[in-house]
Ligand binder design. Sequence first.
Ligand code: SF4
Length: 243
Amino acid sequence: MGIKGRIHSIETMGTLDGPGIRFVIFTQGCPLRCAYCHNPDTWDPLGGFVIDVEEIFNKILRYKTYMDFSGGGVTLSGGEPTLQPDFAAELFKRCKNAGINTALDTSGYCEQKDLAKILPYTDLVLFDVKHPNQKEHIKLTGKDNEKIIQNLSFIDSMGVKIWIRYVLVPGITDSPELIKKLADFLTLFRSIEKVEILPYHNLGVHKWKALGLNYPLSKINPPSAEDIKKSKKILLDRGLKVS
Ligand code: SF4
């Protein structure tokens, strides 16, 4: 019997989660409860469906031409893919053996030993930083960020390339003081290649409703282009590459 994973869905030609055209696998289960989550239907670790590594790898191979042509690859996202370390490691191992680029999209809220299984086969980590302040982090995600910071240091020490992702939420994560604090923090890591500023959006609200959940940020609107530019400038001025 091969290793199995529990996944929510697959996107065969993704362009948002890593370089080039990507085969994106959204895994099922997440320990965080981000107030702006646009995939709350991935939270339940028993939801989604079960698939064998072999089966999903064979699907991936069908898209290899697109990946090769575009400099793309495979991205494991979620949910939180590190919750299924054996599945992630085996899938990435097969990808690496086939010359396919691998990206792990994680919140970093996981056990270091699980990350250690996956990182040897990972080309890029898309690492979500949710909030630079401990207390606010708990408010925004339901968990503290201690483990997350330790794991970012661990990935950095392994020399795996990192792209930071930061969701700009007006009134919650966008003050200039916070962005400066974020910049100070990020400049401590040598493997960070760039920071992606993701403007908050509320396109996932219907999913919260469908699950019978109250959407906590219903009164918040997406940031203006000007505000996004200001935040990016603070990071750029600190020598960070930003997109
Ligand atoms: S880490 Fe991602 S999937 Fe999990 S709650 Fe936060 S936004 Fe949603």
